[in-house]
Design a protein around this ligand. Structure first.
Ligand SMILES: Cc1cc2nc3c(=O)[nH]c(=O)nc-3n(C[C@H](O)[C@H](O)[C@H](O)COP(=O)(O)OP(=O)(O)OC[C@H]3O[C@@H](n4cnc5c(N)ncnc54)[C@H](O)[C@@H]3O)c2cc1C
Length: 391
């Protein structure tokens, strides 16, 4: 039997950004359908750690809390970042601390599946949200007064607005005929978690090395999560290592600062690219999160930018005149314009750092180290950088 259902908004993709979108828009009384291709996220029975770890900014932590999805997580598994230490290639060091910024934390390290589970638990409790999961989208068409989404089980959904939150290879974006500008960084991000000889003491550490950018993010107690953005040959070498060899290699690359490392989650790798959708909106369409933009993970800001999209879309729709349809193009353009600077600034910063620290040109090393030493000595500049990263 085929079903026909009508909503204000259909969100396609129930990752962190899509789930946050559904919750943020439902709290203004909008009727939402959320369509997710994978089975509903669940937590493992054992105490194992997720290799997908995010650094969430304090501003986004407050946003997630306002959605009821922060404290639903197992908070003993969340680590506050109290300080950040960054090293250049000639030992130039830059340090930021929560104490200097007079804040409790510079950010929070969370596991992807814990946060995902918290968002879904919250969505289940909201009557304005209907979940279609797992569901396979087969066609998406736009009419003057609505958009229609057909699912493979014969269900037909219609809504005033479609939100594409279906990741970097967005199906919604393709159906809408929106192209992307892509630049491959020629790198993979290798991620793995380790038990450490000494506790990381809530300090995030990052090294700009000749072979890429290595980040150690603190997890509670004696654990840490690594992201090593590096060229594909080196990434493959890391992935092929035995757990003992990988632990020794990562420990040595970070100057053995946390003592010996033993692998607690298998290493995995993700391709890294810079990507922008040609437009973020069309009549009855808005893109959010990775569907709209991808950035280099060296600043740990991908999902944070996505949550900023959600906040921008929520503000735009909530501030509209009630007679205005949520799929109105002029309204959606306001959302797009509100996001331009933030996305552009983050892409310029991450791509600039990637280029500066990846360069072998004469003078590049000196410039890098002068820049870091200068920044470290300027309290005003550090405060501004920290204030920006904490939104
Ligand atoms: C190595 C690495 C490290 C990173 N570290 C950080 C970090 O520390 N901090 C940070 O902020 N960001 C980080 N990022 C970026 C971050 O992972 C992404 O920005 C974030 O996951 C984007 O979330 P999203 O919900 O937009 O997309 P996704 O997480 O890709 O979710 C998309 C969802 O849509 C679903 N979907 C896809 N197609 C369909 C379809 N046709 N129909 C229905 N559902 C569909 C998928 O199943 C999925 O659930 C990192 C990225 C990499 C590669």
């Amino acid at each position: 039997m085929s079903l026909n259902r009508d909503y204000d908004i259909i969100v396609v993709g129930g990752g962190l950004v899509g789930a946050a979108t559904a919750l943020a828009l439902a709290r203004h009384g909008l009727k939402i359908a959320l369509v997710e291709a994978s089975p509903e996220p669940s937590l493992p029975q054992d105490e194992s750690w997720d290799s997908r770890i995010y650094a969430i900014s304090p501003g986004n932590m407050r946003f997630l809390d306002s959605l009821g999805a922060w404290r639903t997580q197992e908070l003993s598994r969340v680590a506050p970042i109290e300080a950040m230490q960054i090293w250049g290639d000639e030992h130039a060091e830059l340090e930021f601390s929560a104490y200097e910024a007079s804040v409790p934390a510079l950010g929070y390290i969370v596991e992807s599946r814990q946060l995902q589970h918290a968002l879904w638990t919250q969505m289940r409790q909201i009557s304005e949200i209907e979940l279609f999961c797992p569901a396979h989208c087969v066609s998406l068409t736009w009419e003057t007064s609505c958009a229609r989404l057909a699912l493979s089980d014969g269900t037909s959904l219609s809504a005033r607005l479609i939100v594409g939150a279906d990741g970097g290879n967005s199906w919604v974006r393709t159906q809408a005929g929106v192209g992307v500008n892509t630049r491959d960084y020629g790198q993979l991000g290798v991620v793995a978690n380790f038990a450490t000889g000494m506790p990381p003491r809530n300090i995030a550490r990052q090294w700009f090395r000749k072979d890429g950018v290595l980040a150690w993010l603190p997890l509670p107690e004696n654990r840490m999560s690594m992201v090593w953005s590096t060229d594909p040959a080196h990434a493959r070498k890391l992935l092929a290592m035995s757990p003992t060899e990988l632990g020794a290699t990562v420990a040595a690359a970070g100057g053995n600062l946390l003592g010996p490392l033993s692998l607690i989650t298998p290493a995995a790798a993700f391709p890294l690219r810079l990507q922008n959708a040609e437009v973020m909106v069309k009549p009855r369409l808005a893109l959010v999160g990775d569907a709209a933009h991808l950035v280099h993970p060296l600043a740990g800001q991908g999902v944070n930018l996505g949550f900023h999209d959600v906040i921008g879309l929520e503000e735009t729709l909530n501030n509209r005149n009630v007679q205005v349809d949520v799929g109105d193009y002029a309204l959606l353009r306001r959302y797009e314009r509100s996001r331009k600077m933030d996305i552009y600034a983050m892409q310029i910063t991450t791509t600039g750092l990637h280029a500066l620290f990846g360069s072998d040109l004469p003078g590049a090393g000196r410039l890098r180290n002068l820049g870091m030493t200068f920044t470290n000595r300027q309290q005003w500049l550090k405060r501004r950088l920290m204030a920006h990263a904490m939104i």
